[in-house]
Design a protein around this ligand. Structure first.
Ligand code: SF4
Length: 343
């Protein structure tokens, strides 16, 4: 893990949705993680596990029936406590650059890429004057490897890859210290996935622009269910299951040796076609109807009576019986009787 001060520090972040009839949906529970400058943290997990809700909480884009707890510090600013005016004026675009899931939905269809870039640059950097804006928009396009001779095209005239680059150029326009990429590779073919995540990585590794508020470069929080993309780009992995981060690990150790330590993380990797191609049995629980103990217990072959108590989420692995740590041997727990496994 990078030693420098985190760009983003999340402690005890929880999100609840209050539903009609008094029902509460536990979308995110007690999330703890840091992302340092020059680092990419990939937050992985199945669809519906709470990853994108966490991203919305950081951006202040939760619906009105959401309640949050904990803190998410971006520098000195607690994103969870910030008011909408602060979030709109100083956070979105300026402190957090959002790389969207669907570039097509993010780009305005009736305007050229150049005009959208110029408007964004003006709003985020205060650049004024036609020539200065034109130059700044071209520089933003260049940073995202968007070709200058396509700047006067409309979004529907772009290939999927170029639309993604246009969206990236918009995300980079404010030179934000944190890039938040929410499923940035959805719908792309493998070649385009590789190019997109390589592009993101390049911006994490690039030195900060002279005079930038973030002295040591950008941090990237990438939310994805694409494990191959995560393996390609990430320094560290955070695994989310049923609203909780169940494992935080060095990416090389996670995807290589010794591999994941949480049984769910191991199951995710084993489900990949180029590994065991063995899906995890069963389905995740509803976030509005979580069991009292470990939410993975009904699907876990290591579950015991101890798992009736939820494991702590403040360490590296939220599990009562994790797989052995590097260099340590740990006996496998005795197989449980079926009635011991919590439904
Ligand atoms: S706490 Fe128990 S049920 Fe949950 S993942 Fe660990 S071993 Fe399995």
């Amino acid at each position: 893990m990078t030693e420098s001060t985190p760009v983003l520090s999340v402690r005890g972040l929880s999100v609840r949705f209050l539903m009609p009839g008094g029902r509460r949906v536990h979308a995110v529970t007690d999330a703890h993680f840091d992302v340092a400058a020059g680092e990419c943290l990939a937050l992985i997990g199945e669809s519906g596990c709470g990853k994108s809700v966490l991203a919305s909480a950081l951006l202040g884009l939760l619906p009105a029936n959401a309640q949050t707890a904990g803190e998410a510090l971006l520098g000195d600013l607690d994103l969870l406590a910030a008011d909408e005016r602060t979030l709109a004026r100083t956070v979105r675009g300026r402190l957090i650059g959002l790389v969207p899931q669907s570039p097509a939905a993010h780009l305005t269809p009736v305007r050229t890429v150049r005009s959208q870039l110029e408007e964004t640059v003006a709003a985020l950097t205060g650049t004024r004057g036609r020539a200065a804006l034109r130059a700044a928009a071209q520089a933003a396009a260049e940073r995202a490897a968007f070709p200058a001779d396509h700047l006067d095209r409309h979004p529907h005239e772009l290939s999927g890859g170029l639309a993604q680059r246009a969206a990236l150029a918009l995300a980079l326009a404010g030179d934000a210290p944190l890039l938040l990429a929410d499923e940035p590779t959805t719908g792309l073919d493998r070649d385009l996935v590789d190019r997109t995540v390589d592009e993101l990585r390049r911006h994490v590794d690039a030195p900060a622009a002279p005079g930038a508020a973030h002295g040591t470069g950008r941090a990237l929080l990438m939310i994805t269910h694409d494990l191959a993309a995560a393996e390609r780009v990430a320094d560290r992995i955070a695994v989310m299951y049923a609203g909780r981060i169940v494992e935080l690990a060095d990416a090389a150790a996670f995807f290589g040796a010794p591999g994941p330590r949480h049984p769910y993380s191991r199951g995710l990797l084993q489900a990949l076609p180029d590994r065991a191609f063995a899906p995890i049995p069963g389905l995740p629980p509803e976030l509005g109807d979580l069991p009292d103990g470990c939410a993975f217990a009904a699907r876990c072959d290591r579950a015991t009576d101890a798992c009736a108590v939820p494991p702590a989420t403040t360490g590296e692995v939220a599990c009562h019986h994790p797989l052995p740590a590097p260099g340590r041997k740990q006996p496998r727990p005795a197989p449980p009787a079926p009635e011991d496994i919590r439904a």
